[in-house]
Design a protein around this ligand. Structure first.
Ligand code: PGA
Length: 263
């Protein structure tokens, strides 16, 4: 049975002065058995979140929101995977905001993914189509291209051992309050698993957790988790709100319990 995962992406919110308290509050409000929880604060708040959670909720994972594709060197302002070791155990790669704002290509995202896995950081690889691509009906082809570009140079066994997680995040749903439907998300999860199978290197796509992301709230999470192919959520705006996270993780706990009972 695949893990049920709720990851919060805090984006460029919180400071080292307030992040620890927020993480502690969220952890206390989301103590639900069977759900893997992850908090991804800004780089500068990783220490505060790590320390706050180590005291009170060591089972909550800490993730970075990005990682550089080189190990070290003359890259002003960048952070490499070895630098994150000890601060984080997860990392988001290929978020659409970075693809958009930092011009990250699929090939570059693939290199980041490799660095993450080599450093023992569990990667959450984000894929998803833009609005015009969905209107043109090319969403399946877009995510397949993103998967192929990011994964083709990696050994399937290493990706499996590294615990690869994929987040399907339609760009038009991120931060817009306009979430995809559960049905659309499930159709895309199927396309993603087909895409993984199509990479053809001994994958068992059914082992790979797929999260939905894009305007997830406590009010709509049930729609996604009602789909057996969806294994949780990557939550942006709502992940800064303890009440919202409490509702989201509580619903994820029902899915985790049902999966546990089934097998
Ligand atoms: P959102 O962001 O929940 O604010 O739409 C999701 C994400 O960017 O991961």
């Amino acid at each position: 049975m695949r893990d049920v995962i709720v990851a919060g992406n805090w984006k460029m919110h919180t400071t080292p002065a307030d992040a620890g308290d927020l993480a502690r509050t969220i952890a206390a409000r989301t103590h639900v058995s069977g759900v893997t929880r992850v908090i991804c604060p800004p780089f500068v708040s990783l220490v505060a979140v790590r320390d706050a959670l180590a005291e009170t909720a060591p089972d909550v994972g800490v993730g970075a929101q990005n990682v550089h594709h080189e190990l070290q060197g003359a890259y002003t302002g960048e952070i490499s995977a070895p630098m994150l070791v000890g601060l984080a155990t997860w990392v988001i790669v290929g978020h659409s905001e970075r693809r958009r704002d930092a011009g990250e290509t699929d090939e570059l995202v693939g290199r980041k993914l490799g660095r993450a896995i080599d450093a023992g950081l569990r990667p959450i690889l984000c894929v998803g189509e833009r609005s015009a691509q969905r209107e043109a009906g090319s969403q399946d082809a877009v995510v397949r291209r993103q998967l192929d570009g990011a994964l083709r140079d990696h050994d399937a066994a290493a990706l499996r051992a590294g615990g690869l997680v994929i987040a399907y995040e339609p760009v038009w749903a991120i931060g817009t309050g306009r979430n995809a439907s559960g049905r659309d998300a499930a159709a895309m999860a199927a396309a993603i698993r087909d895409g993984l199978a199509g990479l053809g290197r001994g994958w068992d796509p059914d082992e790979v957790p797929i999260l939905y992301g894009g305007s997830v709230t406590s009010a709509n999470i049930a729609e996604f988790l009602a789909e057996p192919s969806i294994d949780g959520a990557l939550v942006g705006g709502a992940s800064l709100k303890p009440d919202e996270m409490a509702g989201i993780v509580a619903r994820a706990g029902l899915t985790a319990a049902a999966r546990g009972a089934a097998g």
